[in-house]
Write a protein that binds this ligand. Structure first.
Ligand SMILES: [Fe+2]
Ligand SMILES: [Fe+2]
Length: 173
């Protein structure tokens, strides 16, 4: 049975689609730069999950509802992986930790907005499954990382504001 996205949630799904597109490009960029086997294994397995998220969203979100700025989300994602990868392993793990902490909250808002209305059970379950994967990515990054440096915390803030801005924009266009 195909899932239906309630009308009021279409703009949010446009942001989800933009975000999962970005996520795929984060890992593509990391894999282009990093020669560290731990990072490569981590990124390959995350890339697989993110590609699957993107595929599932594309199955239920019609093309006409998707963001017109997809090339921008690809570039933004790419840079979010490429820049930290130049600074090494801990920077990569810090980035993933901050990105996924953001996405966890982003999905949480949508889950909350669906409340406990019965006809939304399936779509809620779908978002919850995405969120669970992102939380496990977040925990894996936190677990693999050493203590974050001041610079990494600062970078995390930049990533966070960039993500908020991307959500605002992709909600509209
Ligand atoms: Fe994802
Ligand atoms: Fe993720």
């Amino acid at each position: 049975m195909k899932l239906t996205i309630p009308d009021f949630l279409i703009p949010s799904f446009r942001t989800n689609h933009a975000g999962e597109t970005g996520a795929v490009f984060i890992y593509k960029a990391i894999l282009m730069v990093s020669r560290d086997s731990e990072v490569i294994d981590f990124s390959k397995s995350h890339l697989k999950t993110e590609s699957e998220h993107l595929r599932m969203i594309e199955e239920i979100l019609e093309k006409k509802y998707r963001s017109k700025l997809i090339p921008l989300w690809k570039i933004a994602g790419f840079l979010t992986g490429f820049i930290p990868a130049l600074f090494g392993k801990n920077f990569i793990f810090a980035t993933i930790y901050y990105v996924e902490s953001f996405v966890e909250k982003h999905y949480e808002q949508q889950i909350k907005s669906l409340g406990s209305i019965k006809k939304y059970t399936n779509i809620k379950r779908f978002i919850k499954k995405l969120q669970d994967d992102e939380v496990s990515h977040k925990n894996e990054a936190r677990f693999s990382a050493k203590k974050f440096s001041t610079l990494q915390v600062l970078w995390g803030r930049i990533v966070n504001s960039g993500s908020s801005f991307a959500v605002k924009l992709s909600k509209k266009i």
